[in-house]
Design a binder for this molecule. Structure first.
Ligand SMILES: Cc1cc2nc3c(=O)[nH]c(=O)nc-3n(C[C@H](O)[C@H](O)[C@H](O)COP(=O)(O)OP(=O)(O)OC[C@H]3O[C@@H](n4cnc5c(N)ncnc54)[C@H](O)[C@@H]3O)c2cc1C
Length: 442
């Protein structure tokens, strides 16, 4: 990164303008305010309405299931402990993975994205030094290669530092920096719905503390547990198939048809609390920091990754902390190099995995001419236990995808030998399409 923001330090009060008050903008904004900076975060979103509802129209994934990894919890505890407490008070449950050797790894928390963001927003909104301003940033004012302020609904707001935290669809700085360098269409689309367990009802099957996951022939299902008996059912479909799952009757019929999902959504056990939530196309992308002084990209504006691995809030939290460390040390200029080293490998990792599943969902097989995707390396541990010790740090995002390189040849040998991860019981995509067709026609 080339932004000339190394002048910012604890002692200097500067006007920081943040584009977007999502998790990235709120967390960074409140943390900078606590360091004595004067911060304005601009967002068209009004926050929850007086009835308590929060539509959050600019963030399509807001009501879709999120797994919240421990990196976000750690960032809250370090920078805004009241927000962590507010999450817990709202019912969030902290979790740990217990590995075969007994090692406990923090695994994040069971909580809805909405509940987490309400907690974060309520604390950030009370932070002296941080102003949440309702508005749309039209553009960043740049003079002599340096960001000088924001144009908010036609009005100029002078700033010393601009942070673009406008998310995956933010456009406002697109023409100021290099085009995205990695990623592309993931080939998958989401359709989900939230349910609540009846009082006293036992949860359905679980694969790990956060979720139950099953890969079937041509699609995938995941149940995410949230707070207070709430859970989300997610059907991950190829972007070109199973469109009609967006209809309530079709979604319900699909839940009945898939073993495991059928248990979770049994009307004796739970009831839906939202309509079916369709999602748009999903992309992996990475944007290097622009060569504009005083302008920093953050959160999803830097990178987005295939969502079902649940890494977006973690990469956001990691970025916020890396940027704050650099601001504290007067070395914000090294943030771009940190992003290139620490964020870009995750985007490549997801792209490799998406390429694989797109191929398999079109009738293909593992491509043994390339590096084996990380999720396939993990799966191969079922066939070669020597792979297992490498998994924990990668799964917890304590080590990047490169940490799996030493066991990649073991996984490759597993696949060369013909082993394939078994599919879960249940209808294949064509059979599910029949179920969906029949439900829509009925
Ligand atoms: C379907 C889906 C599922 C996901 N699941 C997970 C998961 O399980 N776990 C996980 O960790 N992550 C998940 N993610 C990723 C996660 O949602 C993002 O990483 C997270 O939202 C990033 O936060 P952000 O603040 O960078 O951006 P956002 O949350 O998108 O916030 C950006 C904000 O900027 C505002 N904005 C945009 N343009 C302007 C403008 N011009 N002026 C003013 N404001 C503007 C928007 O209104 C918005 O409020 C998922 C993503 C998707 C798409």
């Amino acid at each position: 990164m080339h932004s000339e923001c190394s002048q910012y330090s604890r002692e200097v009060v500067v006007q920081v303008g943040i584009i977007g008050a999502g998790p990235a903008g709120l967390l960074l904004g409140a943390a900078l305010a606590r360091r004595g900076h004067a911060v304005v975060a601009v967002d068209p979103d009004p926050g929850p309405d007086t009835g308590g509802r929060w539509a959050r129209r600019g963030v399509m994934q807001f009501h879709h299931p999120h797994g919240v990894r421990q990196q976000m919890g750690e960032a809250l505890r370090a920078e805004l402990p009241e927000a962590w407490d507010a999450c817990l008070a709202a019912g969030a449950e902290p979790l740990a993975f217990v590995l075969d050797d007994g090692t406990r790894l923090p695994a994040g928390m069971r909580v809805r994205r909405e509940t987490f963001e309400r907690a974060l927003r309520s604390v950030a909104a009370r932070e002296p030094g941080l102003t949440l301003r309702r508005g749309h940033v039209d553009r960043v004012g740049v003079e002599d290669g340096r960001a000088r302020g924001l144009v908010v609904d036609g009005e100029h707001l002078p700033t010393d530092l601009v942070v673009d935290a406008s998310g995956r669809n933010g456009r406002v700085t697109r023409d100021l920096g290099p085009a995205p360098v990695a990623g592309g269409d993931t080939g998958i689309a989401y359709v989900s719905r939230q349910y609540r367990l009846h009082d006293g009802a036992e949860p359905g099957p679980m694969s790990n503390p956060l979720a139950w996951e099953a890969r079937l022939d041509g699609y995938q299902v995941i149940v995410f547990r949230h707070e207070r008996g709430i859970f989300s059912v997610l059907l991950v479909r190829p972007a070109g198939a199973l469109h009609d799952l967006r209809h309530e009757a079709a979604f319900t019929a699909a839940c009945r048809a898939v073993p495991g999902l059928c248990d979770w959504t049994d009307p004796d056990r739970s009831a839906p609390i939202t309509p079916v939530l369709p999602g748009g196309r999903l992309y992996n992308h990475y944007r290097a920091q622009p060569d504009v002084g005083g302008l920093v990209l953050l959160g999803d504006a830097v990178c987005t990754t295939t969502p079902m691995f649940g890494r977006g809030l973690a990469t956001t939290a990691m970025q916020v902390r890396a940027l704050l460390d650099r601001v504290d040390a007067g070395d914000a200029a090294s943030f771009g190099a940190w992003c290139d080293a620490a964020m870009l490998p995750w985007v490549h990792d997801h792209t490799r995995s998406d390429d694989h599943w797109r191929r398999v969902w079109s009738g293909g097989d593992v491509d043994l001419t390339r590096r084996i995707p990380s999720d396939l390396i993990l799966a191969a541990a079922a066939a070669d236990p020597r792979i297992a010790p490498a998994l924990g740090p990668y799964l917890a995002m304590l080590a990047g995808p490169k940490s799996l390189d030493p066991v990649e040849p073991l996984a490759r040998a597993v696949y060369q030998g013909g082993w394939r991860s078994p599919l879960a019981d249940g209808p294949g995509r064509d059979e599910l399409a029949e179920v969906v067709r029949a439900a829509v026609a009925a």
